[in-house]
Design a protein around this ligand. Structure first.
Ligand code: ADP
Ligand code: ASP
Ligand code: MG
Length: 407
């Protein structure tokens, strides 16, 4: 019997009628002769509310206790969902990350999945039940509880779909698919019918909050077909798949903006082998995720290294640069907080010219100053002042004609 995974985000389980609606979807799939695994997020804005409460009690709560607190949100949803399915006359069981054998590493609030021993899920499915799993959580080898990073219920779902060899993984959310940019910022954004894993991975890493980026990594690696769709309608959403030839013809598929970042600039470092390596050994030891690394050498032969980090890693990264400052006398450290980053993404960039010209031209016309530029094969990113973020996004979106129907 084929198996599917259905993930329901916070808005899709925000109240009792929505939980019932999600339950009916799963039951319908079961009646269509599929085995069904549901992954649920915490109801509505529960995770935000829990974090707010924690910060009122302690401005810098221990990360272990934050994990203990946050994981309760998903447990509320999963048990209510199981009750809803029972009320509709069907068998269901809810399970925590620990109970499904989702083993992760031991980094509180941003643990990474290491393996999933899905025997328990298979046993419950074989007994005819719909299995409901708490998203965004796991345990380490010692049995400690961890969360997998904000938005990571997507990752739980796609990882389970991979392990269970699901026919596909449905991500039910509050938009009816992936758009050319966040429709809340640019109402003229268009829905994309099909997008490659590589593009979606870039978009997600660069700020498109609609999917967690590690979910896309799993999807690509284990060939999971992902369908992002609305929990409020039955119309098809966006399919995330391997690249197909016609995708090459679209130069830019999407535009993103990321606002929750800070930039570190270290000036006056020795320009000798091992300095960058030393810096990023310290960064890695503190489990800080960095991006947009740029190194330059000035006229005096000194090196400057700049990089960006997400706000959540800011305090930890300040500790790292203090360690570095002690090692290299006389260096200057500037922290620009906050900065924003606007990016254009598309696999067509590999084979088309003029993309940089169009992007920089659009920002110039909108009077947006660019502080740094980074590129990969399929994206261009510009670090810009946060006050210009939304304006920059709209300008770049329009410059690539993303508000128009493709020819
Ligand atoms: P869920 O709780 O279902 O996981 P999220 O809030 O995490 O939902 O993701 C859905 C939201 O992502 C949308 O409401 C939308 O504002 C935002 N979003 C950002 N970028 C995009 C994009 N490119 N396409 C669609 N939605 C986007
Ligand atoms: N509830 C968690 C969050 O808000 C996980 C998720 O929704 O994916 O980040
Ligand atoms: Mg989400």
């Amino acid at each position: 019997m084929d198996l599917i995974v259905q993930k329901f985000g916070g808005t899709s389980v925000a109240d009792v009628p929505r939980i019932n609606r999600a339950a009916r979807r799963a039951i319908q799939a079961k009646q269509d002769n599929l085995q069904v695994v549901m992954v649920v997020s915490a109801m509505g804005k529960t995770t935000d509310t829990l974090i707010d409460m924690a910060r009122q009690i302690n401005p810098d709560p221990p990360r272990r206790e934050l994990d203990m607190l946050m994981t309760t949100g998903e447990q509320v949803s999963m048990s209510l969902m199981a009750m809803a399915i029972h009320a509709h006359g069907h068998e269901a069981i809810s399970l925590t990350g620990g109970q499904i054998g989702l083993i992760c590493d031991s980094v509180h609030t941003k643990a990474r999945i290491q393996k999933i021993d899905a025997d328990r899920i298979r046993k419950e499915l074989a007994a005819g039940k719909i299995v409901i799993v708490a998203g965004f959580q796991g345990i380490d080898e010692a049995g400690e509880i961890y969360t997998l990073g904000r938005g990571a219920s997507d990752t739980t779902a796609v990882a389970l779909a991979a392990v269970l060899k699901a026919r596909y993984c449905e991500i039910y959310t509050d938009v009816d698919g992936i758009y050319t940019t966040d429709p809340r910022i640019e109402p003229r954004a268009r829905k994309i019918q099909q997008i490659s894993y590589d593009e979606m991975l870039e978009l997600a890493s660069l700020g498109a909050g609609v999917m967690h980026s590690r979910a896309i990594e799993f999807g690509k690696k284990y060939h999971v077909d992902i369908h992002v769709r609305s929990s409020f309608t039955d119309s098809p959403g966006t399919f995330i798949t391997h690249e197909v030839e016609q995708m090459e013809h679209i130069v830019v598929s999407g535009v993103t903006v990321k606002k929750d970042i800070a930039q570190f600039v270290l000036v006056g470092l020795p320009n000798t082998p091992g300095v960058a390596a030393n810096l990023f050994v310290h960064v890695a030891e503190h489990n800080v995720i960095v991006d947009d690394i740029i190194q330059t050498v000035d006229d005096n032969g000194k090196a400057s290294i700049s990089f960006t980090v997400e706000k959540g890693d800011l305090a930890e990264c300040k500790l790292v640069v203090e360690e570095i400052r002690r090692q290299y006398a006389g260096i200057d450290v500037n922290i620009i907080d906050p900065v924003a980053k606007v990016s254009a993404v598309g696999v067509g960039m590999r084979s088309h010219t003029g993309v940089a010209r169009k992007m920089f031209g659009a920002l110039a016309a909108a009077q947006v100053n660019i502080n740094a530029i980074t590129t990969s094969e399929i994206k261009i990113s510009c670090i810009i002042p946060p006050s210009d973020a939304d304006k920059a996004l709209r300008a770049v979106h329009e410059a690539f004609g993303l508000d128009q129907q493709p020819a």
